[in-house]
Ligand binder design. Sequence first.
Ligand SMILES: *Cc1c(COP(=O)(O)O)cnc(C)c1O
Length: 423
Amino acid sequence: MKKNLETICIHGGWSPKKGEPQQLPIYQSTTFRYETSEQMARLFDLEEEGYFYTRLQNPTNDAVAAKIAALEGGVGAVLTSSGQAASFYAVFNICQAGDHFVTSNTIYGGTYNLFAVTLKKLGIDSTFVDPEWDDDRIRAAFRPNTKCMFGETISNPGGNVLDIERFARLAHEAGVPLIVDNTFATPINCRPFEWGADIVTHSTTKYMDGHATQVGGAVVDSGNFEWEAYADKFPGLTTPDESYHGLTYTKAFGKKAYVTKLVSQLMRDLGSIPAPQNSFLLNLGLETLHLRMPRHCENAQRVAEWLEQNPKVAWVNYCGLPGNKYHDLARKYLPNGSCGVIAFGLKGTREDAIRFMDRLDFVSIVTHVADARTCVLHPASHTHRQLSDEQLREAGVAPDLIRLSVGLENVEDIIADLQQAMA
Ligand SMILES: *Cc1c(COP(=O)(O)O)cnc(C)c1O
């Protein structure tokens, strides 16, 4: 039976049978028992599905991954121990030393650093493009060794909305998949596969968890990219893997080739698996994602409208505002709302911004975003402090930008707190 998102939030990934626990159990076990040596051998040869060691697969983790895959409309998903690990694995699964990829420059600061610094040390080069460039200028960034394209549905912290369909077209013209970080929109508000994206990543630390209890990530495979059509670009998927007895992922796993390789190679060798306890907590968050997202959006819309009319505020970027630069893209990709995160700047100096934040009452200063509690951050002095003013602007982050993550409190109370701190 085909289910709607609200039902998947509650029931996805875990269907207990007679006498089994109604709530997803925490399989807090490193290992799983078999009766014969032959049974175990078949698992190692990937000839049979089953559990043997939690670094590769664990029933709690898998149930939550299956829920996220269903929410996104993908064929499979893998949970990772952080969103950073998800971004790394998503790219590293198809790029190796000597390869290149193209990425939007309006992305999360941690991802920017991963791409601009750390992956380069591994010999994986990237070109940052401004999504506002015209098609030809973006096309010029592709090279013969380009293996994928990357963007964020709604960028953290700038709040820019990605034209997913256009990015997918440009990626596919070049014969490579589009990877989209869908953390801020969540599948409740946008499902990038419906617009042509091939792979979706998440920091589940944010709205999916929603209560700031665990750090985690996910990579979801749409199963749509035709790896075999570009076989020479993706030898890791289309030629025998000597570390797996000469098995070829596209032949053995078809639509699940990418996600299976990610588990059997990257998880095996790098091991960024979440603790089952964390996946359990994430699952509790997912059970109410469909209720929380609309309220985040409703509250943020009210706060954004209030900020826009406030004489102390220099500018507001929230795609729900009719005059916003991204309003049309938001109406297309995010018709039911975007997220609770607003970017704005106060009139005055950097110090005024800091003084404002210091005077807030229940609205807290934290290196976190997208959960039940309203919070603020000044990226230029916190998360992005390693970037120069020029790099900040390149990443779509104005030096005076305050990131306000609107939570689930009473919206009048949120506005009252902002107002007293501005006064
Ligand atoms: C937070 C975040 C990440 C990184 O996730 P962690 O769980 O903190 O490792 C990646 N992308 C986006 C959009 C984020 O907001």
